[in-house]
Design a protein around this ligand. Structure first.
Ligand code: BYC
Length: 472
């Protein structure tokens, strides 16, 4: 079961052919999506054949399909995970009642906003990454970038399907607006902060894929718990695609670290810039930046929005079903960090309003596991250095720490100390210029830029010199 019908103009496993109105509406949106893709998608490679993976079914084996595709011909479509028979809502005031197949009237506005916020990030990331192709460190990396991009495009389709299928005229208008906003545009910016930042180079791209896509994993996991079953099923399938994006980020940074360590050993110095590598101090500053802007994506520590989403059964916790409490949380407390005077205190807050912080805690623990694996690369090279996640209060624009200056080690510092040391903590114009200077395209099959090590293995078992993108 769950084969995807690729004979349709819009591949899908939701029997779109049986709903003529919906089909027509989506077929009208499709050419506008393609216009957006041509205008804002990867620049310069639209006519090239790329070795891409496509879902042919939504089960675990359905991912094994690789083929040569020109990106505008990628079969974007609508894939939901299989329905779970008898699924009930796992949390909040409707706990134990059947999951909704239609949007409950009283939650219409809230659900629409959650879906639009999620949907907005997908095209935003494609826009942020659209210039990277011209500076790829290898054909392997170029192909991974494009795989990520087409899948983000599909994630937009996933949210647009929900808007069209369940939110009537409002939904159709929101689907249009998703194609109108632009990352970084001061008149019509994308909704969330991190998605208006630039991704000007490949170190930023790998950090973004590690840190910001991981926010995607946690937000999608929380929405996969939703009592609104179509949203849950959509997010469950999106999570299978998301895993590859984080793989690209984690292995990308890991390979940069590996190359840096090789140069450090060879030349017996930390200052590997002279030898075309990226020094660990610069990697740390990029890490600090991308971690902190991604932490903001979880919203404020104390949020009545989050409490309402939960109580209404719209957005759960990470792995809600595995938790052993009452899944209602009216009586429960949760520890959060809050500045008090010149120190940061841990205080108990009602668990319901602290749900954003709880998700952020799960996210931070997951980030730490990835950083530990990067540090294992350093240790395997016999070097004594360590990358660290900065304190959660560092460089924040949302929530309890937004008005404060917090050092990476968690000390609240004066504006004067911040100004004096900021260049040690966040990427400087000099760092950006240096990283920019390394960004020259390497497109010979099997070759890699001098600042990054080759991957441990090729995509789909392909050999090292495989031409993942045919440049003609
Ligand atoms: N920037 O109550 P609060 C992904 C707004 S990434 C700008 O603290 P709430 C992906 C907030 O909207 C995952 N504004 O926040 C990754 C609210 O506005 P209103 C994306 C922000 O509502 C890589 C006000 O501040 N998915 O998939 O509890 C590549 C008060 O906020 C920000 C989702 O985000 C910000 N950073 O939670 C591709 C899931 N933070 O109501 C894709 C859906 C907060 O006063 N979204 N605000 O107008 C949500 O669950 C929630 O909207 C948020 C915010 C978690 C984002």
């Amino acid at each position: 079961m769950a084969r995807v019908d690729y004979t349709e103009r819009i591949p899908n496993n939701v029997s779109l052919a049986d709903n003529r109105r919906l089909l027509r509406a989506l077929e009208e949106w499709q050419p506008r999506y393609l216009d957006w893709w041509r205008e804002m998608g990867p620049e310069g490679f639209q006519a090239r054949d790329v070795y891409l993976r496509t879902a042919v079914s939504v089960d675990a084996q359905g991912w094994a399909h690789f083929d040569w595709v020109k990106m505008p011909d990628y079969r974007w479509g609508i894939f939901l995970a299989e329905p779970e028979a008898g699924r009930t809502i796992a949390f909040g005031e409707h706990r134990g009642t059947p999951a909704w197949q239609e949007v409950p009237g009283e939650h219409r506005g809230t659900l629409r906003r959650l879906i639009v916020t999620q949907g907005d990030t997908e095209p935003a990331s494609v826009e942020q990454q659209r210039h990277l192709g011209s500076t790829c460190p290898s054909l392997y990396d170029l192909r991974n970038l494009f795989q990520v991009n087409v899948e983000e495009g599909r994630h937009l389709w996933a949210m647009v399907y929900l808007l069209h299928a369940h939110f009537g005229r409002d939904g159709r208008e929101e689907a249009e607006a998703l194609l109108q906003r632009r990352s970084g545009d001061s008149d019509k910016p994308r909704i969330l902060g991190a998605f208006n930042e630039r991704t000007p180079d490949w170190l930023s791209f790998f950090m973004f894929s590690f840190f910001t896509d991981r926010d995607g994993k946690y937000q999608l996991a929380a929405l996969a718990e939703s009592g609104f079953d179509p949203l849950s099923r959509t997010c469950r399938f999106m999570l299978t695609e998301e895993a590859h994006h984080m793989f690209v980020g984690e292995t990308g940074v890991g390979r940069v670290v590996q190359k840096t360590c090789e140069l450090m050993r060879k030349h017996d110095t930390d200052d590997v810039r002279r030898f075309g590598g990226i020094d660990l101090a610069t990697i740390q500053r990029y890490l600090n930046f991308h971690f902190s802007v991604s932490l903001d994506l979880f919203g404020s520590e104390i949020s009545t929005n989050a409490a309402n989403f939960y109580t209404a059964g719209l957005k759960g916790r990470f792995e809600e079903a595995k938790k052993t409490d009452d899944h209602v949380l009216r009586e429960a407390a949760y520890p959060i960090m809050r500045p008090e005077g010149d120190r940061i205190a841990i205080v108990e807050e009602p668990a319901l309003t602290a749900l954003n912080e709880r998700l952020r805690d799960d996210y931070i623990a997951d980030c730490q596991r990835g950083v530990d694996r990067w540090n294992a690369v350093v240790r395997r090279n016999g070097l004594d250095a360590e990358l660290r996640l900065p304190h959660r209060g560092f460089h924040r624009a949302i929530g309890n720490f937004a008005e404060l200056r917090v050092a990476p080690d968690g000390r609240i510092v004066s504006q004067a100390e911040w100004d004096a040391r900021k260049s040690q903590w966040l990427p400087t114009p000099d760092d950006q210029a240096f990283i920019g200077s390394l960004m020259t395209a390497v497109v010979e099959p099997g070759a890699f830029a001098g600042w990054i090590a080759p991957p441990a293995r090729g995509i789909n078992g392909q050999p090292a010199e495989f031409a993942y993108v045919r440049l003609g």
